[in-house]
Design a protein around this ligand. Sequence first.
Ligand SMILES: [Fe+2]
Ligand SMILES: [Fe+2]
Length: 179
Amino acid sequence: MAQTKIKNSTALPVDNSAKLEALFVDSLKDMYWAEKHLVKTLPKMVKAATSGELKQSLNEHLEVTKVQVSRLEQSFELMGVKAQAKKCDAMEGITKEGEGIIEDTDQGSLTRDVGLIMAAQKVEHYEIATYGSLAQLAKTLGRDDVAHLMAQTLEEEKEADQLLSSIAINFINEEATVE
Ligand SMILES: [Fe+2]
Ligand SMILES: [Fe+2]
């Protein structure tokens, strides 16, 4: 009986590490779907936005997002698995909410921009949470190379979030109240 116990405790870390790696790869697939989905969604938001400032920042983030897609592909390669997208229900929900905001607000209004910023920031916050976890998880798995890629994307998402905040504070919220 004592022998079985020892066997179990030595086998456990190996098993855990394999499971952690599987969880990590699964989350990569989730984000791969999410980022590719955003490459399709962001142009719609750019088109719907009212102010040039918001259009420009969303457009710039579209380009950044394309780089993030290829960074995920690089990560799959480093992990030795095929790049594969798995539908991310959370991102689908957040972007659907954004589409609802476009439907519910008038074209050319700053109120629409306020709504779009809210939707875009929800996207960024989801990404920040996920990439933060992925960077940590990659480190735990001893994959500093992949952790570095995740950390790079994490920084870009934080920057995008801050830029959206400053647009909201400096410009739109003020003007939307007089609309
Ligand atoms: Fe992203
Ligand atoms: Fe983003």
